[in-house]
Design a protein around this ligand. Structure first.
Ligand code: GRF
Length: 219
């Protein structure tokens, strides 16, 4: 893949989705005044609303049905072919509900970002909003991280946190977390596009500084 050159060509991004795509929408909206362009959106679900959002923005879309493949590796090989048609600088997972194979992660090492609705390393996996409520947590949040072979375990780049209110339920937390995600994710993508962000030896660096495990709060 090419290196982003923020002085000339905007960073080319492929976004992988499975559903609503509100983060995709935030990324598309921000890209208008930013240093990256979304050149393709790929979904493993035919009815993902995010595909319609991309089509409305005249962005190329592709549906690849994971059920048509015998193994995770075969599906991921088809994904790699679809992504490499674009030769993107960055791959952004935005509600992509598939675990990626080690082959895929190695192929794009240091070039894949994910957003996860918890304060990682707490609450990897799914159903995070209900789980934090069930555990009686006082705060919750969102994390953006590089994707590595460990599920939701790659180096954290940025987090934002919210206080859990006594009136919160899983739905209200989802809504409040999404609002934060829509600000945080475009910001991190623009850091990458500017060449400010990199992963080296499973650690994240911003402007050459090692990012702390308890990652920075956005400004
Ligand atoms: C977000 O909560 C994100 O953190 C998680 O999946 C959800 C996607 O939401 N990975 P949307 O499809 O972007 O609305």
């Amino acid at each position: 893949m090419q290196k982003p050159d923020s002085q000339t060509t905007p960073c080319s991004v492929v976004v992988l989705i499975s559903g609503n795509g509100s983060n995709l929408q935030a990324l598309m909206d921000s890209s208008i005044d930013s240093n990256y362009r979304i050149n393709k959106v790929i979904s493993n679900k035919a009815d993902a609303y995010g595909l319609s959002r991309a089509e409305q923005a005249n962005i190329a879309t592709q549906f690849i049905d994971h059920r048509q493949f015998n193994s995770r590796e075969e599906f991921d090989s088809a994904l790699i072919v679809a992504i490499d048609e674009i030769k993107p600088d960055l791959i952004v997972l935005a509600g992509f509900m598939r675990i990626l194979s080690n082959k895929f992660v190695r192929h794009y090492s240091g070039k894949v970002l994910n957003i996860h609705p918890s304060l990682l390393p707490a609450y990897p996996g799914t159903n995070t909003h209900q789980r934090v409520l069930d555990a009686g947590e006082k705060e919750h949040g969102v994390s953006v991280h590089f994707v590595t072979e460990e599920l939701d375990g790659g180096p954290i780049i940025a987090q934002d946190r919210i206080e859990i209110l006594s009136s919160d339920n899983a739905e209200s937390l989802s809504h409040r977390i999404h609002t934060r995600e829509h600000i945080l994710y475009p910001r991190v993508v623009s850091w990458f596009a500017a060449g400010r962000l990199r992963m080296d030896a499973n650690q994240a660096y911003l402007d050459g500084e090692l990012l702390p495990a308890a990652a920075i709060k956005p400004t």
